[in-house]
Design a protein around this ligand. Sequence first.
Ligand code: DI6
Ligand code: FE
Length: 409
Amino acid sequence: MKKLWRNARLATLADPSGWGLIKAGAIVTEGERLHWVGQASALPAGLQVDEEHDLEGALVTPGLVDCHTHLVYGGQRAAEFELRLQGASYEQIARAGGGIRSTVSATRGATDGELYQAALGRAHALMAEGVTTVEIKSGYGLSLEHEVRCLRIARLLAHLLPLQVRTTCLSAHALPPEFEGRPDDYIAAVCEWLPVLHGQGLVDAVDVFCENIAFSLAQTRQVFEAAQRLGLPVKLHAEQLSDQGGAQLAAEFGALSCDHLEHLSAAGVQAMARAGTVAVLLPGAYYFLRETRLPPIAALRTASVPIAIATDHNPGSSPGLSPLLMLSMACTLFRLTPEEALRGMTVNGARALGLRDRGSLLAGQRADFAVWQVEHPNELAYWFGRNPCSRVIHGGQERHPTLPDDAPR
Ligand code: DI6
Ligand code: FE
């Protein structure tokens, strides 16, 4: 079925730089794909469509891609937030057995229904701000049984919602209590779970938290080798709290992305540039952990490392569910330009997931786009605490009507 979406201003992001603005634009979708994108005056003569939709002069961008979330978990960590406000550090809380481990016990103790309902609410919040593709990591189950449960719930969201979901196995997120003092044994177990999880079709990529409070470079390498044997791409939580040289290791394995990167070294930047690895920057975690060390943005730009922006939604370091707020913070905290920020949550977000079929408005790409009640795309990083997203088209289909701008929420 062909549909014409007319009367739109487009920010196509189709070229390597610039917004790709088309003032009097139109889009033709065919099934799940973009069939034609351009100036309305240049629409192919004699075009026959089955439906016509008036976008009333609104701005259209590619659907947002949130390429790093931990959406499936039980409980919350507001008490830990209070401890941190009183001076305890994220590391201290983690070493004392709180942090990720406390979410692991809440996740194990939650029913499938509870986990699903909580994740569903979070997915809806992202979708309301224009997200059409989201990555969801496991990593709060930390046993084969519970990792399977969390990944299944992530897959179920994709099945039941008009949303594209990519799942990442992050079983190497923290040491579960039953492996206390035996991190190597735990990593060996994770390497045995991977083929099982992959065999059940639950894994699109494999991630590790490589950090002094988590897993070492050697342990990360073991997990990456297990992923490589299965032909699965890897990603890495790298250099968030300290420089472990994780970026170089990830680059050696052709990683899709390295994420966080506040402590990334010059050598790490070069390795990522050579490997074509995306730098996923997470301003929500930087903000919420009250970090002061910025990721090396200038060096990443100079080396032409693609930069992505994501929510990192999780209960410990980034409980935010607003992709638009992340765009704003990418600019105010990290000094990205609004265009870099939006590119980071579209084209480069897709690239961080190994997806080349979305992220810009170009014929042939997925027909995922968001409609915004703003004049110019720079406003997406400008307003905060207000959601100007009025419509979302996912795979060529209009999604649920989102709340009008003035509706109570
Ligand atoms: N880095 C993070 O920021 C999240 N995971 C990770 O490896 C935080 C996870 C948590 O604190 O629950
Ligand atoms: Fe994370």
